[in-house]
Design a protein around this ligand. Structure first.
Ligand code: NAP
Length: 276
């Protein structure tokens, strides 16, 4: 008899993760013999966790804070993109060795296309933030053909390091005046900072400076309508929320494990929304 395959999301502490809800929905929908669970793994136990995994029992796992870098370093094989980004969120097996992928950039871009008609690769885009998520999104937007990318971050050296690490030609906005000037002709603004999470410390950017056709995306999804998205909505700008990125990055991970790219449908979105 074939053994039920396990999948995990690991973190420390593992906060309430929506990944089990998402993946178990697709597992059930596709009639697969697998279970996805969250697992608390202390930093000192990470190596033990990785070494006890067996490919006939476990298909792989997702990683959340604080293990993203440690797992990246510990896994012997990496996809080209994960290697370039220096971070991974999905681990699977290849030839009996653990293999690292990063599906965040895919998730962001796929969702952007679902909720907007972003095609104007010649229009400037502004990425607010220079953390791990910004890294994946910068690479994805660059790969999608964005020709004029601007980065705005509280800590400027971090933005400089991001561009140097990825070897992408983009511009750094060093103060609010430069940001405001750029907003006036930007086609897309993406918040990749944690500002606005749980309704606290909203992003302080004046969106009325943007063209009426601009798109505003936020990758924070608790709450679904962040202060930034509410401001954009009130101004009649196109908005893209962060939940879709979460769902699409998960869909890509699911495809890596099962060879099926599952549908991000309204039923799933509602299921996760009811859990936020
Ligand atoms: P990270 O690596 O820790 O980066 C955090 C970013 O937020 C940095 O740019 C940081 O600026 C900025 N920041 C934090 N506090 C700030 C403040 N008070 N003022 C201005 N900037 C501030 O985190 P991450 O992994 O990139 O995640 C960022 C957010 O995206 C989190 O809320 C996370 O939950 C969310 N996220 C969502 C998805 C999704 O699927 N929707 C996926 C990944 C992440 P400094 O460099 O100056 O510190």
């Amino acid at each position: 008899m074939q053994q039920t395959k396990n999948l995990y999301v690991i973190g420390w502490p593992i906060k309430h993760s929506r990944s089990p809800l998402i993946h178990n929905y697709w597992i059930k929908k596709h009639g697969l013999d697998a279970v996805y669970a969250q697992k608390q793994v202390a930093p000192d136990d990470l190596s033990k966790f990785i070494h006890m995994l067996k490919s006939d029992e476990c298909l792989g796992f997702n990683i959340t804070i604080p293990h993203k870098q440690a797992v990246f370093a510990a896994v012997p094989r990496r996809d080209v993109l994960a290697n370039k980004l220096g971070a991974c969120n999905t681990i699977s097996w290849r030839d009996n060795e653990l293999y690292a992928d990063n599906t965040d950039g895919y998730g962001f871009y796929r969702n952007l296309l679902d909720y907007s008609d972003w095609r104007q690769t010649d229009q400037p885009i502004i990425i607010y933030g220079a953390g791990g998520a910004a890294r994946a999104i910068l690479q994805a937007m660059h790969d999608a053909g964005a020709q004029h990318i601007y980065i705005f971050n509280r800590t400027i050296p971090r933005a400089q390091k991001l561009l140097a690490d990825l070897n992408i030609e983009a511009n750094i906005l060093t103060n609010s005046d430069e940001l405001n000037d750029c907003l006036a002709y930007a086609g897309l603004l993406i918040n990749t900072t944690s500002l606005g999470m749980n309704g606290e410390n909203d992003v302080d950017i004046n969106l009325s400076l943007m063209p009426k056709t601009a798109i505003v995306a936020d990758i924070v999804y608790t709450p679904l309508q962040t202060g930034l998205l509410k401001q954009a909505d009130d101004l009649g700008l196109v908005t893209v929320d962060g939940l879709g990125m979460l769902l699409h990055q998960a869909a890509k991970a699911f495809e890596i494990w099962f060879g099926i790219l599952p549908e991000v449908d309204d039923e799933l979105r509602d299921l996760v929304l009811s859990d936020l």
